[in-house]
Design a protein around this ligand. Structure first.
Ligand code: GAR
Length: 217
């Protein structure tokens, strides 16, 4: 039986995209990366995907008059590439309700914060400004509202006294690269499903996230 085909949507450097591509290269991974689509022609992730021999497409949002026509073009590209599951990986465009509803349960996103805290941009700056002691990342099913949606997996990291947005972001990014492939695996194996707006996970063992702050002992 052929594996589900994943479409990865990016806007930038594509480090999460690479973590998915690398994970999917393992023979036992339950999905293959069918294509990478960028809304920015100059996204560095496009070059990285090409170097990894993954088909790429550009759907430049600037070429479309509104969100609906852009989303229709995205959907057409996903359909042409016979994509089953969509991963948003640093894809910085809001999607229309129509597109999100069409892909319900088959579209996931990674966000650099422990949702529902710090939706939106500049999450590491805001976490530091709030003085939180634990920060992290979240993979969730996509729903029409931005950075909201049933949570598949989260990883937490400590916030250290001398952290800058850069150092904290790097600590979080390391976890993003671990949990996104895990979440995709769970979805593609059918072990994580959306049921009545909640995520149901069947006996899945995952690596424990690093914790806890303040360090004990
Ligand atoms: C990642 O940190 C991802 O979590 C974030 O953008 C970055 C993309 O980096 N996504 C969002 O903020 C979505 N709300 P990458 O291109 O190296 O994967």
């Amino acid at each position: 039986m052929s594996k589900p085909r994943v479409g990865v949507l990016i806007s930038g450097r594509g480090s999460n995209m690479m973590s998915l591509i690398e994970a999917a290269a393992a023979p036992d991974f339950p999905a293959e990366i069918g294509c990478v689509i960028s809304n920015r022609p100059d996204a560095h992730g496009v070059v990285r995907a090409q170097a990894a021999n993954i088909p790429t497409r550009i759907v430049d949002h600037k070429a479309y008059e509104d969100r609906s026509s852009f989303d229709a073009a995205l959907d057409e590209a996903l359909t042409e590439e016979q994509i089953d599951v969509v991963c948003l990986a640093g894809f910085m465009r809001l999607l229309t309700r129509a597109l999100v509803m069409k892909w319900t349960g088959r579209m996931i996103n990674i966000h650099p914060a422990l949702l529902p805290s710090f939706k939106g941009l500049n999450t590491h700056e805001r976490a530091l400004a709030e003085g939180v002691k634990i920060h992290g990342c979240t993979v969730h099913f996509v729903t029409p509202e931005m950075d909201v949606g049933p949570i598949l997996i989260q990883a937490a990291v400590p916030v250290l006294e001398d952290d800058t947005p850069g150092s904290l972001g790097a600590r979080v990014l390391e976890q993003e690269h671990l949990v996104y492939p895990q979440a995709l695996r769970m979805v593609c194996e059918g072990r994580a499903r959306l049921e009545n707006g909640r995520v149901v996970i069947d006996g899945f063992e995952m690596a424990p996230p690093p914790l806890v702050v303040p360090p004990l002992g």
